[in-house]
Design a protein around this ligand. Structure first.
Ligand code: NAP
Length: 331
């Protein structure tokens, strides 16, 4: 098992993490980014990897893809010397300084300061049929942009669950492939921004099932339909579909912290001082969606990433000796 000594560890790989890395590496803090590994719900780069056109990130008058934006941010951080490791941080010990982090390959990373920018992941409805078919590639997904173009979904009627901006985005994306997109939403109005909702409601390929919820996903190996409950009448009926995309919000990726940072009830990291990225542990900073359940935008995540790097730099100047990333081997 290796033991690595680091000045600043940045955990995550979305706009907050890369912006923190750009600032920290330009400030000669020699940061290392643990960008995470690919899993069913997450990929390095975070949620923007699932976004097609980003039209609201300043500086890009032409829309650009989320993957492109993340790749550019990563390259920018690497240009200034940021080191990137494709592993998860699985556990932390913030009870003493320097902090100790454990990676997915079992390495120990001793860090003077840490920026947590691990973002949030997609929520599911919690149906066993949904879970089974999502796990086995049976046509149930939480990411239209990842899976929507698969041949199995072409010219099919597809269901999108949810009424927020993510659901709107998924529905619009799926209209490129589907014969029809049916949005199932539990209320009679969307939570999504007006511009997105209007775009969806104008699309001739989209139909909305208002006041409805999916109570079962039908099909053995691959989805054949969904059972929908009308939340006004209580009636159930089946809708034949060839795919289901769940877009009902996100949960912050904070479980690996093992309760060592104060969290809000919804799991997001508490940053006790307003307009700061400081957390309940001195020397640990939080940036991006993992501490922001309100704005959750790429540009706000990038902004808090910048703030976290500047705060870490100032904190390190007073509290820690810079540490080279010397590698040792422990028993
Ligand atoms: P969200 O805004 O929290 O919306 C979640 C939606 O899922 C809501 O409509 C909610 O219904 C529904 N929902 C939640 N739990 C459910 C359940 N168990 N069963 C059925 N429906 C359920 O999440 P989001 O759409 O992922 O967006 C998150 C943030 O990212 C927002 O701030 C959004 O503006 C932003 N975003 C922006 C863009 C963009 O600008 N292009 C794109 C994507 C996301 P209720 O409405 O009844 O609560």
């Amino acid at each position: 098992m290796s033991e690595l000594r680091e000045t600043l560890v940045i955990i995550g790989s979305g706009p907050a993490a890369w912006t923190a890395a750009v600032y920290a590496s330009r400030a000669n803090l020699d940061p290392v980014v643990y960008e995470g590994e690919i899993s069913r719900e997450m990929v390095p780069g975070g949620q923007l990897m699932f976004t097609t056109d980003i039209e609201n990130f300043p500086g890009f008058p032409e829309a650009l893809g989320g993957t492109d934006l993340m790749e550019r941010m990563k390259q920018q951080a690497e240009r200034f010397g940021t080191r990137v490791i494709t592993e998860n941080i699985e556990a932390v010990d913030f009870s003493q300084r320097p902090f100790v982090l454990t990676t997915s390959s079992g390495n120990r990373v001793i860090a003077s300061a840490v920026i947590v920018s691990t973002g949030a992941r997609a929520n599911w409805l919690g149906l066993s049929s949904e879970e089974r078919l999502a796990r086995t590639g049976g046509g149930v997904s939480s990411c239209a942009v990842c899976d929507g173009a698969l041949p199995a979904f072409r010219n099919q009627r597809l269901v999108v669950v949810g009424g927020g901006d993510s659901a709107m985005e998924e529905a619009l994306y799926l209209t490129k492939f589907a014969s029809e997109v049916v949005i199932v939403h539990r209320r009679d109005s969307f939570r999504a921004s007006k511009v997105m909702a209007d775009r969806v409601l104008r699309d001739p390929k989209v139909r909305v099932e208002w006041n409805a919820q999916v109570v079962d996903v039908l099909g053995d190996d691959f989805i054949t339909g969904v059972r929908i409950e009308d939340l006004v009448t209580g009636e159930h009926r089946d809708l034949e579909v060839g795919g289901m995309f769940v877009a009902i919000g996100h949960t912050p990726n904070t479980a690996f912290l093992g309760g060592q940072l104060a969290l809000h009830e919804n799991g997001y990291i508490v940053t006790p001082d307003s307009w700061r990225t400081t957390t309940s542990v001195e020397g640990v900073f939080a940036a991006g969606d993992v501490m922001d359940s309100y704005y959750r935008q790429a540009v706000t995540a990038a902004g808090t990433g910048c703030m976290a790097a500047l705060e870490a730099e100032r904190w390190l100047a007073h509290h820690a000796e810079p540490a080279a990333h010397a590698e040792g081997v422990s028993a």
